[in-house]
Write a protein that binds this ligand. Structure first.
Ligand code: C2E
Ligand code: MG
Ligand code: MG
Ligand code: MG
Length: 279
């Protein structure tokens, strides 16, 4: 409204929007070609259990190796793929790729393989009635047991109930685990736990960031581990970057941690158990 008074800022804002819309459309068209050209890759980030430091799981994260732009962040292209619908096909490819890789690790590494792979799923995928069948097909064609797969969804994706909630119940019936991603940042986080079938709470990085300062974040992180334990859920702390954060989280009761401190997402993750010297 302030913009209307002067005129100029409004025009600048409008031009910027046009530019962004143009960029969006360009990116959207490129995504289709990129999928056919094999420019997407899946990388894996360890989720570590303390105190053993065992890599119990890996999270699959998509990457776009663009021939001109270099590595494009999923934060930039996932929203575009959601909007133009390509996320359904791209998401199915990610799911198959991650399940195949996890099945290969199990065959090659036996007991040294992680227990499960975690795959992110968008609201648009979850809202489709055929999504559970897509998951079942990925498991069937790769031979991966359902218990070795976790589906990560955000609170926002399941907030509306409806088909998304039905999909989650069907996934659960297959034996797949459900994780609520970025927990605590969406709508009605705690309220959702009353109705949504969920196994894992991924406590958002924003609560981990200042965990060593004994402020509000610490109080919330402590409350979330208590809620998690009380409901029989598994808590994972996201975005752990320092040893101090890991120690503070461990003292609060967190046993599953993920973050750059333990390992960045990579195409060739390592699973060797790095034993802590017991004295
Ligand atoms: P997310 O699922 O919450 O994934 C965690 C993000 O945090 C990843 O970013 C990861 O690289 C980053 N991260 C992990 N540890 C640390 C840390 O210690 N410090 C910092 N600063 N960052 C850390 P990434 O890979 O860029 O993905 C961003 C988001 O894009 C994901 O958030 C997820 O919402 C979405 N995304 C990524 N891959 C997929 C996918 O295959 N399908 C869908 N639907 N969404 C995806
Ligand atoms: Mg995730
Ligand atoms: Mg997350
Ligand atoms: Mg996140």
């Amino acid at each position: 409204h302030a913009a209307k008074q002067t005129g100029e800022p409004y025009r600048a804002w409008s031009a910027e929007l046009d530019e962004r819309a143009g960029e969006h459309a360009r990116l959207g068209a490129e995504l289709r070609a990129a999928l056919d050209a094999g420019q997407f890759q899946v990388v894996y980030q360890p989720i570590v259990r303390l105190p053993e430091r065992r890599v119990t799981a890996v999270e699959a994260l998509v990457r776009w190796q663009h021939p001109q732009r270099g590595m494009v962040s999923p934060a930039a292209f996932i929203p575009v793929a959601e909007q133009n619908g390509l996320i359904v096909e791209l998401g199915a490819w990610i799911l198959h790729t991650a399940c195949r890789r996890m099945a290969d690790w199990r065959a090659e590494l036996g007991a040294l393989a992680p227990d499960r792979v975690s795959v992110n799923v968008s609201a648009r995928q979850l809202a489709r009635a055929d999504f559970p069948a897509t998951v079942a097909a990925a498991l069937a064609t790769t031979g991966l047991p359902a218990r070795c797969l976790t589906i990560e969804v955000t609170e926002t994706a399941v907030f509306g109930g409806g088909q998304a909630l039905t999909s989650l119940h069907e996934l659960r019936a297959l034996g797949v685990r459900i994780a609520l991603d970025d927990f605590g940042t969406g709508h009605s986080s705690l309220g959702l736990l009353q109705t949504v079938p969920v196994d894992v709470l991924k406590v958002d990085k924003s609560f981990v960031d200042n965990i060593t300062e004994a402020g509000r974040h610490t109080v919330i992180a402590r409350a979330l581990i208590q809620v998690s334990e009380g409901l029989g859920l598994t808590a994972v702390a996201e975005g752990v970057e320092t040893a101090e954060q890991a120690t503070a989280l461990y003292e609060l009761g967190y046993r599953l941690l993920q973050g750059y401190y333990f390992g960045k997402p990579t195409a060739e993750p390592r699973f060797e158990v790095d034993f802590i010297h017991a004295g």
